[in-house]
Design a protein around this ligand. Structure first.
Ligand code: HEC
Length: 325
């Protein structure tokens, strides 16, 4: 009798062990970030300007960067890796709906599945993968980690080193023109010629002509954030031919399928964010032809799951993030 019980117990234990081991890890970029973008970031992102007024993150909490989540808001850390009970971020989404602190206070609440994913992700140590999020406003130790912990050259560093070879710094006049147009331009690497640019302090004022004013930085521009700006397809035309542009953020802009054709003239474009745009499956066909594309974000677009699957099949190795279910 006891022999049989033990056998059964063993079996249960083995099944439990296999079950746990077989559980796929939650992928932050694919499963958590899109939920934050859709249901939280409107109120919890870096200060931005709207209708001439600066909007600050609610409760002092930003959820648009890994460092910011760990730092938390007025009440302290929003996220404690490995500790579900101490992660305030999880608590507020599971409160009764009539609680003052229930999040989000407006819009769709998290689904049971989403809450479960958040739980598993936090319990497993809240791994952000490669994602760092918006480094604007990050404390210096986060923005530039101590030298002693010199990381191995990452893929990006190697790429940047290659792009920087024999590159001359941008002319002062070109930097000045970009600044006048409202762009914030910063070196990508300390003392390097490569540049990144965004319009985060005045998204509503960033129109196509402002993007055209970046023409003088054509050789040096590597990362460009046009997210939530007023740009249209015309802006993409003025970027065509930028030889070193690696990452382009077009989230929540008016760009259309037709406009994506101009991106074919970006030989190094690897990362493209089209979150919240009107891109359809027709646009995906254009994306399939972008020579260097490695990663594309397509949540909240007009694409269909079938279209996304087709793109993934046409371009093995391309990371397609979108609702494929
Ligand atoms: C419509 C705006 C809005 C949305 C969307 C929203 N929040 Fe909030 N959030 C607020 C406001 C307002 C506060 C401050 C409430 C207070 O302190 O009484 C807050 C506070 C918080 C806090 C507490 C911060 C602190 O340290 O005091 C957390 C955690 C939080 N939100 C998480 C989330 C999460 C997670 C989501 C997405 C599921 C989300 N919020 C979506 C408006 C929003």
């Amino acid at each position: 009798m006891s022999f049989i019980l033990n056998r059964q117990l063993m079996f249960v234990l083995i099944a439990a062990f296999l079950g746990a081991g077989g559980l796929p890890a939650v992928d932050f970029g694919k499963q958590i970030l899109p939920v934050l973008e859709k249901k939280c970031l409107d109120c919890h992102k870096a200060p931005y300007e709207e209708d001439g007024r600066v909007k600050k993150p609610k409760g002092g909490l930003r959820l648009d960067a890994a460092w910011a989540m760990l730092k938390g808001g007025e009440t302290g850390p929003a996220l404690v890796p490995g500790n579900v009970a101490k992660s305030y971020l999880l608590e507020v989404v599971t409160l009764p709906k009539d609680d003052d602190m229930f999040m989000p206070p407006k819009g769709d609440p998290l689904t049971a599945d989403e809450i479960q994913l958040f739980k598993e992700w936090i319990a497993a140590g809240a791994d952000f993968g490669e994602w760092k999020g918006n480094m604007e406003g990050a404390p210096p130790e986060v923005a530039a980690p101590a030298k002693s912990a010199e990381p191995k050259p990452r893929e990006h560093d190697l790429l940047y080193a290659e792009l920087e070879k024999d590159l001359k710094p941008a002319p002062d006049a070109a930097l000045e023109a970009a600044k006048t147009a409202g762009a914030q331009v910063a070196p990508l690497r300390v003392d390097g010629a490569l540049l990144r640019a965004d319009f985060l302090t005045g998204v509503s004022r960033c129109t196509d002509d402002k993007v055209a004013a970046l023409a003088g930085l054509k050789e040096q521009l590597v990362r460009l954030d046009l997210g939530r700006t007023a740009v249209t397809d015309a802006a993409l035309k003025s970027l065509a031919g930028f030889p070193r542009l690696v990452a382009l953020d077009l989230r929540q802009t008016e760009v259309t399928d037709a406009g994506l054709a101009a991106l074919k003239d970006l030989p190094r474009l690897q990362t493209l964010n089209l979150f919240g745009t009107g891109i359809t499956d027709a646009g995906l066909k254009q994306l399939a032809e972008l020579p260097s594309l490695k990663q594309v974000y397509l949540f909240q677009t007009k694409t269909t799951p079938a279209g996304l699957r087709q793109l993934a099949a046409a371009r093995p190795g391309l990371q397609v993030s979108g609702a494929t279910k």
